[in-house]
Design a protein around this ligand. Structure first.
Ligand code: GDP
Length: 434
């Protein structure tokens, strides 16, 4: 999918525009308690075009001075994006900081579309003329707060998408990635996987902008490892920023079926681990928690249970993810990871029959009556699975507003008790029956 980045100095409305473009998607995704939502990356679509979008304003660059932050964000956009939306604020005219951004963007050959935000009504359109001076051609007036002009802007953005080369992997391939903070042992694990003598590496396939894909087979099952770690090691200026490696991880997640969230047993769990795992969950990917460097931990017979409990407490939203304790150094249990990948990948793509599903729902409602609101009770008519990867269910009801988060959670748990969805998130969408 093409990547679009929004760049601009602070306060021009980047995150408003980002949220507008991402649109409804966010509301489908459930909230994860305990995770601050700094949305800086999401999939989105416009008409028939699907793309990924980055809000570079969300990329914090340490304590650098203001101009340096803007510069680095623009550099990241140039590096990462196929099309750049250069956002400015129509009410303030062209500022020195806008000119700074422009100067950096002159360096790229990538298409830059200039958007002038806060043009909330047609009378204000004359305010855009000033912006021709930035040298990016016709400015597109938009209003983030009113949602105006976005269609024209996105038409222009989509016009500039590069030709897509499709990934040509076998139909039954399982694509997986290892994500985690630097030095948790991702590269070592990849080496450990590929070092197995029964592994047949068929191709170091596409080296995409942000990952190296290695295609291989094991027991007749084809896999692709999407490896971002190797790329990172090549080094680039902004890789000093942790957020930047996150961005890379997010893209790898996006392309994966299964995400291995790698933790370092020596260091315990950090906020960054939770954030990355949160993205995998939100992206609807199958997830396995891999605790690496288990060899380096001093342990007794209780350590594994204690660690499991601690991980469960930190990753409440990943209660479905299996946990495995490995050592890339000694290869301990590394061979057990593939069978788990196979299993969760199968669950991720599982379809259940409507009849059994509806029995489960009926039985659930009989045990725990549906919620009420202002004297009206939620009525569930029927449920059906509408998608896989992740399994997604639509529950048809009389009035969706009466559905309660906790009741959805209850239904989800009942569905999980009835079918084996280990390792995969599942989604419930409540809709009015029409
Ligand atoms: P990455 O940044 O996540 O790709 O991490 P690397 O694979 O580069 O590993 C970082 C460091 O941890 C290296 O010095 C590895 O040798 C070490 N390491 C990786 N896996 C293990 C392990 O299972 N046990 C121990 N003791 N060290 C490990």
């Amino acid at each position: 999918k093409p990547v679009v980045a929004i760049v601009g100095r602070p306060n021009v409305g980047k995150s408003t525009i980002f949220n507008r473009i991402v649109g409804e998607r966010i509301s489908i995704v459930e909230d994860i308690p305990g995770i601050t939502r700094d949305r800086l990356y999401s999939s989105a679509d416009w008409l028939t075009h699907e793309f990924n979008i980055i809000d570079t304003g969300g990329i914090e660059i340490g304590d650098e001075p203001f101009l340096e932050q803007i510069r680095q964000q623009a550099e990241i956009a140039i590096q990462e994006a196929d099309v750049i939306i250069f956002l400015t604020n129509g009410r303030e005219g062209v500022t020195a900081a806008d000119e700074q951004v422009a100067k950096i963007l002159y360096k790229t050959k990538k298409p830059v579309v200039l958007a002038i935000n806060k043009i909330d009504n047609p009378d204000m359109r004359s305010m855009i003329y000033d912006f021709y001076s930035l040298g990016f051609g016709e400015p597109f007036p938009i209003s983030g707060s009113h949602g105006l002009g976005l269609g024209d802007l996105l038409d222009e953005v989509a016009k500039n998408f590069p030709e897509q080369d499709e990934e040509e992997y076998p139909e039954n391939v399982i694509k997986f990635s290892l994500i985690g903070r630097p030095n948790v042992g991702k590269s070592s694990l990849v080496n450990s996987f590929l070092g197995d003598e029964r592994v047949i590496v068929s191709e170091i396939a596409g080296t995409t902008r942000d990952a190296i894909d290695t295609q291989y087979e094991y027991d007749d099952q084809p896999y692709v490892i999407i490896d971002t770690a190797g790329m990172r090691k090549k080094g680039k200026v902004y890789e000093t920023t942790e957020k930047y490696s996150v961005l890379r991880a997010l893209r790898a997640i996006e392309r994966s079926d299964v995400v291995l969230v790698v933790l370092n047993a020596e260091e315990g769990i950090q906020e960054q681990d939770k954030k990355i795992a949160g993205y995998a969950h939100e992206a609807g990917k199958a997830v396995i928690i891999v605790v690496n460097k288990w060899d380096a931990v001093e342990k007794d017979e209780k350590t594994m249970n204690k660690t499991t409990k601690m991980i469960r407490e930190h990753f409440l939203f990943l209660d479905y993810a299996p946990i495995i304790f490995v050592s890339a150094k000694t290869n301990q249990r590394v061979h057990s990871i593939l069978p788990i990948i196979n299993r969760v990948s199968e669950n991720h793509a599982m379809r259940v029959t409507s009849s059994v599903l509806n029995e489960v729902i009926e039985d659930s409602v009989a045990r725990n009556p549906a919620p009420t609101d202002k004297g009206r009770r939620l009525r569930i008519y029927y449920a059906t699975q509408v998608a896989i990867k992740p399994p997604t269910f639509v529950v048809f009801v009389n009035e969706p507003e009466i559905m309660h988060f906790s009741y959805e959670r209850f239904l989800e748990n009942r569905i999980r008790e009835s079918f084996d969805f280990e390792g995969t998130p599942i989604r419930l969408i409540t809709r009015a029956r029409t």
